[in-house]
Design a protein around this ligand. Structure first.
Ligand SMILES: NC(=O)C1=CN([C@@H]2O[C@H](COP(=O)(O)OP(=O)(O)OC[C@H]3O[C@@H](n4cnc5c(N)ncnc54)[C@H](OP(=O)(O)O)[C@@H]3O)[C@@H](O)[C@H]2O)C=CC1
Ligand SMILES: O=C(O)C1=N[C@H](C(=O)O)C[C@H](O)C1
Length: 250
């Protein structure tokens, strides 16, 4: 059977360089291009790439996806910075490329995906929910894509259950003291040398709290999810948001 032809964008970055090694090591995949900033995107078409792994920056991702979709190249996207406006633009591009698939995964690690799932399940049982994400200090965006998605899932679950607004008597606060407000869920971002990617979801009810914590200790934690995404996206046209859709979670 012929190997799936895969390219990595952001190939010299922290996660991109690990993804290059993971694709090279996979028996069923062939790395046909490993591109960094300034490299010609035409290389993707020239090398016959069938799927791209996009691991660049929020400033670069849209231009790269525009090129991929105009050339019918499937994409697995780990890059963060997704807004409603960006998703609408991507959906419009996909409408013109109905056979092409795009997976956007706020987090490729199984533990982080489960953290989001557990938080979503637990949200309606607690009065209070806050998210704390902790990352290496080289990260350019805050809060993290994972924390934003987690807060959105919590907020949607609370809204569906008819939960009351969260209790919070704060009357005065320094800017940022209560974190970023993501659909009514406070999200706090910590940047600390020595860390990689970590998250705590804190839930509070009468007389009890529940803390769900996940730690990515090495970029290798993201690789099984990236490889699964590549294998599945080529037969999944349209937009898939979240790796959970490619996992057998119920
Ligand atoms: N979904 C997930 O599970 C994960 C997602 N991420 C996300 O992936 C992204 C990358 O993270 P990280 O590796 O830490 O960041 P890095 O800054 O280490 O890597 C990004 C790389 O992309 C390069 N780059 C920038 N623009 C382009 C372009 N147009 N074409 C090709 N390459 C480009 C950068 O080059 P230069 O240095 O010259 O700017 C850099 O080498 C972030 O958005 C991060 O949040 C990270 C880990 C896990
Ligand atoms: O920049 C990172 O490192 C990470 N980015 C993603 C995010 O913003 O959620 C995933 C993971 O947290 C690592």
């Amino acid at each position: 059977m012929s190997k799936l032809r895969v390219a990595v964008l952001g190939a010299k970055g922290r996660i991109g360089s690990e993804a290059v090694r993971a694709v090279e090591a996979a028996d069923d995949l062939e790395l046909v291009a490993a591109l960094g900033r300034g490299d010609r995107l035409e290389t993707l078409a020239d090398t016959g790439a069938q799927a791209v792994v996009e691991l660049t920056t929020p400033a670069s991702v849209m231009g790269n996806l525009d090129f991929c979709l105009r050339h019918g190249i499937h994409a697995v996207v780990g890059t963060t910075g997704w807004t409603d406006e960006r998703l609408a633009q991507l959906t419009a591009w996909l409408d013109n490329a109905p056979e092409t698939g795009v997976l956007i995964a706020p987090n490729f690690s199984i533990g982080a995906v489960l953290t989001m799932k557990f938080a979503e399940q637990a949200a309606r049982y607690f009065e209070s929910a806050e998210v704390v994400e902790l990352h290496h200090p080289n990260k350019v965006d805050a809060p993290s894509g994972t924390a934003t998605r987690t807060a959105q899932l919590i907020a949607a679950a609370r809204a569906k259950a008819g939960s009351a607004p969260q209790p919070d008597a704060t009357a005065t606060a320094l800017d940022g003291a209560r974190g970023a407000d993501v659909d009514g869920v406070p999200v706090h971002a910590i940047r600390l040398r020595g860390l990689l990617a970590h998250q705590e979801v804190l839930l509070g009810g009468e007389g009890e709290t529940l803390t769900i914590r996940h730690d990515s200790l090495h970029h290798s934690s993201f690789m099984p999810g990236i490889l699964l995404g590549v294998r599945r996206v080529v037969s999944t046209p349209g937009l898939t948001f979240g790796l959970e859709h490619f996992l057998d979670l119920n």
